[in-house]
Design a protein around this ligand. Sequence first.
Ligand SMILES: *[C@@H]1O[C@H](CO)[C@@H](O)[C@H](O)[C@H]1NC(C)=O
Ligand SMILES: *[C@@H]1O[C@H](CO)[C@@H](O)[C@H](O)[C@H]1NC(C)=O
Ligand SMILES: *[C@@H]1O[C@H](CO)[C@@H](O)[C@H](O)[C@H]1NC(C)=O
Ligand SMILES: *[C@@H]1O[C@H](CO)[C@@H](O)[C@H](O)[C@H]1NC(C)=O
Ligand SMILES: *[C@@H]1O[C@H](CO)[C@@H](O)[C@H](O)[C@H]1NC(C)=O
Ligand SMILES: *[C@@H]1O[C@H](CO)[C@@H](O)[C@H](O)[C@H]1NC(C)=O
Length: 706
Amino acid sequence: MPAAQIRSRATRKRTLSIFIPTVLLLFSIPSSSLAANTLTQGGPAVNSSATLVSPNGLFTLGFRRSAAGSYLGIWYINATSSFFWIANRDFPIRDESGSLSLDQDGTLKLTYSGGGGAAVNLYSDSRRRRLIATLDDTGNFAVSDVDSGDSLWQSFDSPTNAWFPGMKLGLVSGENRKVTSWLTESIPAAGAFTLEWDPTAGKEELVMKHRGVTFWTSGKQLTPNRFTNLDLRLQRVNYNVSRVVAGPNSDYLTFRASTNEYSSTNQLSFTVVRLRYDGVVEDVSTRIVILQSEDCHGNGTENGCRRWDGPDCRRSGDGFQILWGTFSLGQWVDGNSNMSISDCKEQCWRNCECGGISLDGVNRNGTGCRYFRSGGFVQLPNQEGEDRYHVMIAGESQADTSNASRIKWIAVSVTAAVAVLIFALCILWFQRRCKLRERLLAELMATNAPSDGDEMGDDGDQSHNLKIYSAASIMIATDSFSPQNKLGEGGFGPVYKGKLSEGREVAVKRLSKRSDQGLVEFRNELVLIAKLQHRNLVKLLGCCIHGEEKMLVYEYMPNKSLDSFIFDETKRVQLDWNKRFNIIEGIAQGLLYLHKYSRVTIIHRDLKVSNILLDENLNPKISDFGMARIFKTNTSEANTAKPVGTYGYMSPEYAIKGTFSTKSDVFSFGVMLLEIVSGKKNYNLIPLDPPIDLVEYVSYELYSYY
Ligand SMILES: *[C@@H]1O[C@H](CO)[C@@H](O)[C@H](O)[C@H]1NC(C)=O
Ligand SMILES: *[C@@H]1O[C@H](CO)[C@@H](O)[C@H](O)[C@H]1NC(C)=O
Ligand SMILES: *[C@@H]1O[C@H](CO)[C@@H](O)[C@H](O)[C@H]1NC(C)=O
Ligand SMILES: *[C@@H]1O[C@H](CO)[C@@H](O)[C@H](O)[C@H]1NC(C)=O
Ligand SMILES: *[C@@H]1O[C@H](CO)[C@@H](O)[C@H](O)[C@H]1NC(C)=O
Ligand SMILES: *[C@@H]1O[C@H](CO)[C@@H](O)[C@H](O)[C@H]1NC(C)=O
């Protein structure tokens, strides 16, 4: 899957935040610091109780303990994952004896006694110079010569699992600098994935390797923030990735990060791109997934994925999927603690007997592989108590080859013809859209102009000043449309809760990008609602147009929609008869206004209980005008070729013949009335013989009554 889409959906956030706290818990943080960012020759050392802190307070260099042992590294003050650089990732220290000092003889030395005990020189200078070692504001720890100012050694020269702004990735003085993932979520030892820059002429791309085998490639760099298979636009962070070629032995990538229009200015005090143990690349400051390489299932060749080598039993559609359930045909394990999930997946892919692997590994620290025999998987509903597995899913079997080549040729020629046609149509369509957008914008401006002497409804004192919101303010208000803020799915797109900077709560309707009706509906809804002011109609505050994105901003209704009350056993009891009467009356008032008392006749066409919102006092407000139609007051009936609306609420003449008028709305109102009084959904059939719906049932009862 393309990284771009996934990342912009930002749906990964939830999965990330589940494991981040556990990682934090694994590492205990030392309490005091050296109150400085510098080690001097012969001066105090960094040890289990003393750290260095960068002048801006954002980065700390010190020792931290985990289950595997103690590590010397650099972490961020508000770290969402513990270390971004580690000096001893492959040899954790077993006790608290670790110490980092800059000796009189010019050696930056890591010493410890636990786990065998040793002294490791991070840097050693034979010429006796005056040296200092400094942790700076970018998170770089560097040894430099006090007199000349020359930088002699720096942590940025030996990346571990993170790529910092300013850090070089690629060929530097003949040395290949790359980022290497951890082994597992909590074990910093060098893991399976690397991210590197391939400067070879003709390639010139970022490459992710799995155990040395190419797993994913970025393709050519197109702009500072876009590669063929990696799109960094639309992030909260502006990545400016530049390639530097400095002689035959130096060809590398480096990046600068800045805030973009979607971020509030103080957000970006820090950003680091991290390669996770599972091959996912994420931005640590925003926790946004930049590259979801887990979607390279083995089978895929899309979006830069490289198909895995494997036996013939692995066919083109096969791939791994995470599923809940159990395996019934047996299992076998490999306790090798050098192996983690991605290694297990690869081994499983190579073994025709294997139908899946456990997500938990074998050993307590998550290493090792547990394989399950293929064919015995039973999928169960996602719930507590069930286990999750990476399950090998078989694709469609390969077609017979002789037929296949003929089909291929036909397919190719048909595709070519269709492509030409579509291209032509696209151009036409695009031109039309541009015109539409211009018209829309013009209309917007007109609605925005101060209104004089407009006829208002019964709240006639309000003017209909529509505010135009910036994309940035909407992104901040809704936390980049985070799933937690989603209120529901309206006609033409999802609705999110948001909080504007001035503290006002709003509901933001985001029109689906691909819906071709979107722009027309948007215009409809805007123009309509801007003109409407009534106590029982939801109030539109403004809108936002950003490229393809169109958003409507409404007042927020804390009690959501009516259906969440009347169809809910527990919430229903809050609606006594007085309240229900009040709601019915309110809807009727709103409808009457639409049909009769506003300047134009408006037919809503999609009245239903889920389109009735409730304010804090349970007053009803009609919402969702995406399908509404305006009429000059003297005509009141029209035809449409394609009836739109919700089945079960449509009047028979509208559903069958497409004729609609204010009477169609009244029919829908009647259906709602029955639902509000009975607490039953119209489309839930009443079990008679034959089963009938609520409307039929009521008419039947009425007939038998008379
Ligand atoms: C850590 O270093 C500080 C300063 O160099 C020193 O005062 C302290 O005793 C050391 N602690 C340990 C446990 O070695
Ligand atoms: C993980 O556990 C295995 C088995 O208990 C052990 O051999 C291995 O050293 C552990 N790995 C780390 C990094 O602690
Ligand atoms: C760290 O987190 C705290 C609490 O969330 C916040 O108040 C503080 O501003 C953050 N610091 C930085 C530098 O981001
Ligand atoms: C990206 O960075 C380079 C230098 O690193 C600079 O020349 C260029 O203007 C920057 N581009 C953008 C779009 O910020
Ligand atoms: C690869 O496998 C996954 C998981 O079964 C599947 O969702 C995907 O569509 C497959 N891709 C291709 C190109 O066959
Ligand atoms: C794990 O990897 C290390 C280093 O590559 C190697 O020395 C060791 O033999 C491996 N252990 C196993 C059990 O394969």
